[in-house]
Design a binder for this molecule. Structure first.
Ligand SMILES: Nc1ncnc2c1ncn2[C@@H]1O[C@H](COP(=O)(O)OP(=O)(O)OP(=O)(O)O)[C@@H](O)[C@H]1O
Length: 545
């Protein structure tokens, strides 16, 4: 595939400028660049979601132009999105076939095809498994199978490893090698430079919308890649110091939350017409299952407590219970000694809880609102947004400008919508906002997800600085290097329970990865390689450990 002179302008921003990339058949081609560099825009162009203002795309020497993703799919391009797009309540087969019925029907032929593809690339997909029963890595394989089923020969993978534990990353890379061996081509977008060096055959670096160079993964180091990306040396975050005190800030005792299974399905009976006043029923077969099972923990002033766990093991529910978004069935939550049980979300925020949510689109931002309104979001009653109970828009706007500056949010201004920021820049805005209110306790769910190495170091620094001032942090992260490196204390969550604890100074990501899948409980002993202490600092070769 050859891209030539691709340019795409948005109001106030040139997202892509004269991009030129040649992707060789049968290779993994990595695309790297800092937040807002223009990677997603380019991929959207390639997948027919956006039209370039200028430039050409050629596949196998033939020029193509896509108006819709359908056009791109027809030409053999498949996209595996970062957020999976599968229907949970359907089987793997149903998900794969859905929308592709014309290809191989919905019956025996479809099943045969799915198994053939699965075998050919070592995907190990079970057609009759229900998607809701699958783990993250399996879901990703279904997504890959889904695009292969539609005849993709070029696969675009957008940060595919962000949600995987180390063992799963290795398995994914094996799958990619199989794809290559069969002559397929993979475009791989990632901020994890170590992984890029491991899996890529070619690397293209994009900076400020344009291709600034290529790198040879056989000889390049992560430090060189990072410098190509940002155009200067990376700031190096300081090393860890212990600031843990013996003053409890957050105390959680016996927190239990049961699955209610309440779904918005009216009680339907054949004999009568459903009216809006009909009661809603418990639909889930798992009513009564413990989403949180007797969770107790204490986080002290100046302490970061990290929770490791595969997504879906109760982390979301724990956060929601702490924020007051769900009411637990049992248990007590105390912040700085005060019982939070009957305190609504807004009061919890005003009481000093900062919240970096795991899903920034659902809980962190109003996408269609401008940046300055997003600065106010969740902090309407607090300074500088509000003075004596009255909104102070001028002050809020000024403070938005400050956050944009201090957190290096790349934007043409504070009046653009949050939706127009790149993913990493949205994250920087949220982190900046939450840190601005000097929280006593911070819930940080994947605080650096989607941000580039430079911004990652900056966010780590901001959290560490606040910790030095006494901030207590609950850190949830799928990035095990980050989790191990930042945390003072580590706990493992599995099926709603805190099943194990580990010493971040000695545990390795691999050991933690195994414990997360339920393979260990109690106190985890660190292994030999852990001697060098893993923490998110820039190591010799600039990789984040
Ligand atoms: N729909 C849009 N409207 C206005 N500006 C946009 C739009 N989409 C992207 N941009 C801008 O284009 C630039 C490139 O964004 P893009 O999302 O392509 O970056 P990225 O390299 O994928 O970043 P990240 O690593 O943070 O995901 C950014 O400045 C962004 O704000």
């Amino acid at each position: 595939m050859e891209l030539h002179g691709i340019t795409k302008r948005f109001p106030g921003v040139v997202a892509n400028r004269d991009i030129a990339i040649t992707v060789r058949k049968g290779t993994v081609h990595a695309l790297i660049g800092e937040n807002g560099a223009g990677k997603s825009t380019l991929m959207k162009i390639l997948y027919g979601m956006q039209k370039p203002d200028e430039g050409t795309i050629a596949i196998d020497g033939e020029q193509v132009a896509f108006s819709t993703p359908g056009d791109a799919i027809a030409r053999g391009i498949g996209m595996v999105h970062q957020h999976f797009m599968l229907a949970d309540n359907l089987t793997v087969l149903e998900n794969v076939v859905l929308g592709g019925e014309k290809l191989h029907g919905i019956g025996a032929k479809a099943r045969k095809k799915i198994l053939e593809i699965s075998d050919a690339y070592g995907l190990g997909v079970r057609p009759d498994a229900l998607v809701e029963d699958l783990g993250v890595a399996d879901r990703q394989r279904v997504e890959i199978l889904k695009v292969l089923y539609r005849g993709a020969r070029i696969l675009i993978l957008d940060e595919p490893t962000a949600v995987l534990v180390p063992q799963e990353v290795d398995a994914l890379f094996d799958n990619l090698r199989e794809l290559k061996a069969e002559g397929l081509t993979v475009i791989f977008i990632s901020h994890k430079l170590g992984e890029v060096l491991k899996v890529a055959d070619d690397i293209t670096v994009i900076r400020r919308g344009t291709t600034v160079g290529t790198a040879d993964p056989r000889t390049a180091t992560t430090k060189q890649l990072a410098e190509l990306m940002v155009g200067s040396e990376l700031p190096s975050p300081e090393t860890r110091e212990s600031t843990v005190t013996d003053v409890p800030m957050l105390q959680v005792e016996g927190l239990t939350l049961l699955e209610t299974g309440i779904t918005a399905v009216p009680q339907v009976s054949a004999a009568r017409v459903v009216s809006p006043s009909d009661t809603y029923v418990h639909e889930s077969a798992e009513v009564g299952r413990k989403l949180l099972d007797d969770v107790s923990l204490t986080i002290h002033k100046g302490e970061i407590l990290g929770i490791a766990g595969v997504e879906g093991n109760g982390q979301t529910e724990l956060i929601e219970a702490l924020m007051g978004m769900v009411s637990p069935d049992a248990g007590v939550i105390r912040l700085d000694g005060a019982d939070l049980s009957a305190v609504p979300v807004r009061k919890r925020r005003e009481g000093g809880i900062g919240y970096i949510p795991e899903d920034r689109h659902r809980h962190g931002l109003l996408l269609e609102a401008p940046l300055w309104e997003n600065r106010i979001l969740g902090h309407v009653t607090e300074a500088p947004n509000s003075k004596r109970g009255i909104l102070d828009l001028k002050a809020a706007r000024q403070d938005t400008e400050r956050i944009v500056r201090e957190y290096d949010v790349r934007t043409p201004g504070i009046d653009v919508t949050a939706a127009s920021l790149s993913g990493g820049n949205q994250q920087k805005l949220i982190v900046g906002r939450e840190m601005s209110h000097n929280p006593k306790f911070l819930i940080a769910a994947h605080p650096t997800r989607g941000v580039d190495v430079g911004a990652q170091a900056q966010i780590w620094d901001a959290i560490r600085d606040a910790r030095r001032e006494g901030l207590a942090v609950l850190l949830i992260s799928a990035d095990l290097d980050e989790l191990i490196g930042l945390s003072d204390t580590l706990r493992v969550m599995y099926r709603g329970k805190l099943v194990a604890d580990a010493d971040p100074a000695t545990i390795t990501p691999e050991q933690l990865g195994s414990a997360m899948t339920g393979a260990a409980s109690g106190h985890l002993e660190g292994g030999e390689q852990a001697e060098q202490s893993a923490q998110p600092e820039q190591s010799e070769d600039g990789d984040a450990r």
